[in-house]
Design a protein around this ligand. Structure first.
Ligand code: ATP
Ligand code: MG
Length: 567
């Protein structure tokens, strides 16, 4: 393609609010243009990369017998009411009405639509298993759209759904998909790590996320250097072994702590170590208030709390609710009270004696609190985030942390949707059974951005050849010079037979052309310049910057060999 005819609006200055490197580079290299917050147009180069990623996904989906369909993005509320998610999904769901006042959503995901599709069409176990997938725009009114394509409000997803007669069949497809995801991310050039993730209220170890390692990642991965253990920090179990502190017991003492609120402030004010302060929080679980206790240096993990109580419905109590319950502001909360509210504590609270807690009276705390003597804990559990260096639950050493971008997720749904939506099949006894389901997503547009996060240098993008928008960047330095223009045109015709060529035929200064070429990042650059007359051009690798002068008689062979060595 001639660059003079392609729409590549490269930028000199990118807006300051573009924090993520991939966001800046995609804007700068003219791949995307923001329409409004979290919503982008994909320009020609990005479209080509998306097509390449999609092609790889399609090939790998075919290998695991997944068939492509395309479902509506506009979904009637009735379906979501059947699954119970019309109420439960929250403000991320983009809701709208048609001219008759009938309610719809713009699909953030397609479990409801696919379940209703299959339940109406698939009646017999003989047709199972069945896996359907699509590549389509999804809509989520994210609270914080950011980092460009990494967290958009409209984004492209590959979503697949599998249907099974039994668990063994689901296990098999799950493993196939897991392996396919591994291959997909390798093929598109992403260094991704599958991690055990939280499966929400359904429970169990039934989901893996694929994390592209990157500093900008919003997820923390906990992994082991000694085994292949890897988990999302939300899920990483904390192993509790008793390690009691302050074995001498002292008397409970109420002390004044004016304007002291956080655990850190309390520790500083009382000159006590942070881990001897116990934080008290009030949460609403399925509408019922509970207290949760955590040591000062630990942090509450609401995902673990949700898994513990088997619900998605957990919120922190607000200030008014807290004042109403204990008669004090959040900064003075404590477990010593006569209210009818259950107390849950993180396992590690058991190690403490003589600890500090709020007194349920503004401006006061208790020192020397003791379990059982001063208050009773109803249940202990693992309610906090693991810390770096703590032992891992597989016994393989200590927790290491890395940041990752979730580029894909595989999930065993079981009968969650088929039961609520009454999607059954007839088994070999002729008996109706709920379909067993799995779902499998890849953020296609997020993947595009994640590739750039992992493949760039100070000058721009460095595309892996599997997804690059064009293979070769052919540049004539001065197309006004006839010999250069003619050789450029000749090589363009010739190289196009075997490669996708972007031909920079623009009347721009050499510096502008080279800057743009670095920014756009095609794997190989062929420059027609001063030595055009002698039939000599320069061939440069984008990744290493190495270049060589090559005679045009040897050019094809040289490029063929070089291209083979590239990633
Ligand atoms: P996240 O935790 O990042 O919000 P999610 O777990 O809610 O994502 P899924 O429902 O698992 O997302 O969607 C499947 C895939 O779609 C994700 O693995 C991710 O790659 C992609 N994705 C999800 N939300 C977005 C978004 N707002 N922008 C771009 N891609 C997204
Ligand atoms: Mg996910």
């Amino acid at each position: 393609m001639k660059q003079s005819k392609v729409f590549i609006p490269t930028m000199r200055e990118v807006p300051a609010e573009a924090e993520a490197l991939s966001h800046r580079l995609l804007l700068k290299a003219g791949l995307i243009k923001q329409s409004t917050s979290g919503i982008y147009s994909y320009l020609p180069l990005a479209t080509r990369v998306l097509n390449n990623i999609s092609k790889i996904i399609r090939e790998e989906m075919e290998k695991v017998d997944a068939v492509e369909i395309l479902m509506p993005a506009l979904q009637q509320a009735e379906l979501w009411e059947e699954s119970g998610r019309w109420g439960a999904y929250g403000p991320e769901l983009m809701r709208l009405k048609d001219r008759n006042g009938r309610e719809f959503a713009l699909g953030p995901t397609h479990e409801e639509v696919v379940t209703s599709l299959v339940r109406d069409e698939l009646k017999s176990y003989k047709r199972l298993p069945l896996t359907l997938f699509q590549i389509q725009s999804k809509f989520r009114d994210e609270q914080r759209p950011r980092f460009g394509l990494l967290r958009g409000r409209e984004f492209i997803m590959k979503d697949a759904y599998s249907f099974h007669a039994d668990e063994a069949s689901l296990d098999e497809t799950y493993q196939d998909m897991y392996n396919a995801y591994d291959r997909i991310f390798k093929r598109v050039g992403i260094n991704a790590r599958p991690v055990v993730a939280d499966s929400g209220a359904i429970g169990g170890n039934h989901t893996h996320e694929f994390m592209a390692l990157s500093e900008i990642g919003e997820d923390t991965i906990v992994y082991s250097n000694e085994s292949d253990y890897a988990a999302n920090i939300e899920k990483a179990e904390v192993v509790y072994t008793a390690n009691p502190k302050n074995t001498e017991v002292a008397e409970l003492k109420k002390i004044e702590t004016p304007n002291i609120k956080t655990a850190e402030e309390v520790a500083k004010y009382l000159k006590r170590p942070l881990d001897e302060i116990v934080k008290t929080m009030i949460c609403k679980v399925d509408g019922e208030f509970i207290m949760v206790l955590i040591r000062g240096h630990h942090e509450l993990n609401d995902v673990k709390l949700k898994a513990y109580f088997g619900t998605d419905q957990i919120e922190m109590a607000n200030q008014d609710e807290i004042i109403n319950i204990v008669g004090a502001h959040p900064g003075s909360l404590g477990p010593i009270h006569d209210k009818d509210i259950k107390i849950y504590a993180d396992n590690f609270v058991q190690d403490l004696n003589n600890f500090v807690i709020g007194a349920n009276e503004d401006g006061y705390h208790f020192e020397n609190a003791q379990l059982d003597r001063d208050f009773k804990v109803d249940e202990f559990g693992d309610f906090r985030f693991i810390l770096e260096g703590e032992p891992l639950s597989d016994g393989s050493g200590n927790a290491q942390f890395a940041e990752g971008i979730e580029v894909g997720q595989v999930f065993k749904l079981g009968t969650k949707y088929s039961e609520t939506m009454n999607a059954t099949f007839l088994d070999n006894q002729g008996k109706a059974q709920p379909l067993i389901m799995g779902c499998y997503g890849i953020g296609v547009s997020r993947t595009l951005s994640a590739i750039v996060e992992q493949h760039h240098d100070d000058n721009g993008i460095i595309w892996p050849k599997s997804v690059t928008p064009f293979d070769l960047h052919l540049i004539t330095i001065n197309p006004k010079k006839e010999d250069q223009r003619e050789l450029g045109n000749q090589l363009y015709d010739q190289l196009m037979n075997n490669y996708d060529v972007l031909y920079d035929d623009r009347q721009e200064r050499a510096g502008v052309k080279f800057n743009d070429a670095d920014l756009i990042g095609l794997p190989i650059r062929v420059v027609v310049g001063k030595r055009a007359e002698e039939g000599i051009v320069e061939v440069k690798q984008r990744s290493t910057g190495e270049s060589e002068e090559i005679h045009i008689d040897d050019l094809e062979n040289y490029i063929n060999d070089l291209y083979l060595t590239l990633n």
